[in-house]
Design a protein around this ligand. Structure first.
Ligand code: GLC
Length: 561
């Protein structure tokens, strides 16, 4: 039996290689919406643990858990009130330990989310800061400032929040008078930590150790480009409408300041001091050319590369979104990462159903109707392209089922703070609880049928149990592609990446040694040249692939002799 045969018959993937993160496939679990074990309509850690065999069988190497820490849930848990405890909605610390232990038993690594830019306003240290006087050590843990104007009635500067509206909120002092302002780059319930204060550094070193001691294999660092603010908190340049002016490809003044790099240099030796190849992956939405500064032997192990997610459908754009990050990462000896969906962007099965210039963030309104079939075809093709590339790939729960973004959520059930602050649809549409079983209550998400967001009827046919065993399903395409990826070593850099010419117009060709990945981005089927027409088909993203024929919006992996 050849290696490839063993992949096709489902032999177990090989886990545990050194520096596993270099070519890992990491599956993002959004705990609220993955699986609910106690029937309250909110997913939980025991629910995740019970479904881990599904993830092992899917063929991923690791899971990344979005925050499950104590939190009032004003931003889906990215508002942390206690970094070293589990929110009772999600379970207990013992449940976290059990999850990590079971994952390890199954050969899966566990990456946890670290949210260092801000805490929840319910964090005890913020509550103490509010109760303390201006200028006190308690206030100095966060970014408090006097306001401008005669009576301090104007915010300290003109920064606006990522969730829209001002980035400052004024507090009422102990004597009942209007007082200082505190900074929140996100929601008012998410005050920014003051990273100029050594006590904040010390606290987070403790948080890292806490989860490393419990067996976490790594951290996904939230807003990893945000912690250190520019000296003196200068005003941002504003445009004619009075909004912060952010030139294309740049970031607001409060992001991507060099001081954040020192934080990774402080954390790296801690992470590396633990046995077992622990890692950090950064959520840094920064200009591409800045990425290499954040990754390397003394900084983080890797960073999300959001350029691929944002690349428009078409040969030049997608090719550039592959070539550039590979070159940049290679220059610092770090692996590239690839991602198409996460809990912040419109699911890619829906995104590709819109014209390429459609935005990828802030959710979907009922009025924006995608071409569902086109979206599904292109999403599957884009996934096959991604999974053939060297580096690590991050999957978002439910993309393996081809789940669409849900637009039809009643406004009163929406929880995303950006919906409430700015009236944009918001990100709830990619966070709808997963369908596991077609005929079970809440499609198997919870035993009682409760679900914190309503699941659309279209989820029935997309349920995991409907797709399992159907070779034409999205789920089986992911399973096959993941098995082949591991077996053929496509995640590794060994074979390099070539972009051969001579293919019909509209076809993106990526060659990985004897494996060719072809994506037909055009709107008609094409005929492939002779040597490829004779190659062995390993996996296809859609129907209609015949010897030498590649349908529109379809990808294949072919193997030449
Ligand atoms: C990150 C998270 C997002 C959250 C924000 C504030 O971008 O991915 O969900 O709202 O940070 O923590």
């Amino acid at each position: 039996m050849t290696q490839l045969d063993s992949a096709l018959t489902g032999a177990p993937a090989t886990h545990g290689a050194p520096e596993w993160w270099r070519d890992a496939v990491v599956y993002q679990v959004y705990p609220r919406s993955f699986a609910d074990s106690d029937g309250d309509g909110m997913g939980d850690l025991p629910g995740v643990t019970a479904r881990l065999p599904y993830l092992r069988d899917l063929g991923v190497d690791a899971i990344w858990l979005s925050p499950f820490y104590t939190s009032p849930q004003h931003d889906g848990g990215y508002d942390v009130a206690d970094y070293t405890d589990v929110d009772p909605r999600f379970g207990s610390l013992a449940d976290a330990d059990a999850l990590i232990a079971r994952a390890h038993e199954l050969g899966l690594r566990v990456v946890v989310d670290l949210v260092p830019n801000h805490s929840s306003s319910e964090h005890v240290l913020f509550q103490q800061a509010l109760a303390a006087a201006p200028g006190s050590p308690e206030r100095d843990l966060y970014v408090f400032r006097e306001g401008r104007g005669e009576h301090g009635e104007l915010p300290p500067n003109n920064w606006t929040s990522i969730f829209h509206g001002p980035a400052w909120t004024r507090v009422t002092e102990a004597d009942g008078t209007p007082g200082q302002w505190y900074l929140h780059i996100f929601d008012t319930s998410q005050p920014d930590w003051n990273w100029d204060n050594p006590a904040v550094h010390e606290m987070f070193r403790g948080v890292l150790r806490f989860w490393l001691d419990r067996g976490a294999d790594g951290f996904r660092v939230d807003v990893a480009h945000g912690m250190v603010k520019p000296e003196g908190l200068p005003d941002a340049t504003v445009n004619a409408e009075g909004l912060i002016d952010i030139p294309e490809g740049e970031v607001p003044v409060y992001f991507d300041n060099d001081g954040v790099l020192d934080i990774y240099r402080e954390w790296r030796p801690i992470v590396d001091s633990y046995a077992g190849d622990r890692m950090m992956v950064l959520e840094a939405w920064i200009p591409e050319h800045r990425l290499p500064l954040y990754i390397g032997p003394e900084e983080a192990h890797q960073s999300f590369n959001f350029g691929f997610l944002q690349a428009r459908w078409g040969v030049p754009t997608m090719r550039a979104a592959i070539e550039k990050p590979l070159a940049l990462a290679d220059a610092v000896g770090a692996p590239t990462t690839w991602v198409l969906s996460n809990h912040d962007v419109i699911r890619h099965a829906t995104r590709y159903g819109f014209p390429p210039e459609h935005r990828f963030g802030e959710g979907l309104s009922r009025e924006e109707v995608p071409d569902t079939e086109l979206g599904r075809r292109r999403a599957r093709a884009a996934t096959l392209l991604m999974l053939a590339l060297p580096g690590s790939a991050y999957l978002y729960q439910g993309e393996e089922l081809g789940l669409p973004e849900v637009a039809d959520i009643p406004d009163e059930l929406r929880e995303d703070p950006s919906h409430h602050r700015a009236g944009v649809p918001g990100r709830d549409g990619c966070r709808v609880p997963l369908p596991w079983e077609k005929d079970a209550p809440a499609y198997g998400f919870s035993p009682t049928g409760a679900s914190w967001l309503p699941q659309p009827a279209v989820f029935a046919e997309l349920a995991a149990d409907v797709q399992a065993g159907d070779p034409t399903s999205t789920l089986e395409m992911y399973r096959l592609a993941l098995r082949l990826r591991g077996e053929l070593g496509l995640g590794r850099h060994v074979e390099g990446v070539e972009f051969p010419d001579g293919l019909p117009e509209g076809v993106l060709a990526v060659r990985r040694g004897s494996v060719w990945v072809l994506v037909n981005t055009g709107d008609a089927a094409v005929e492939l040249p002779a040597p490829l027409a004779a190659a062995t088909l390993l996996v296809a993203s859609g129907p209609g692939v015949a010897r030498g024929v590649l349908p529109a919006d379809t990808a294949v992996w072919l193997r030449t002799a």
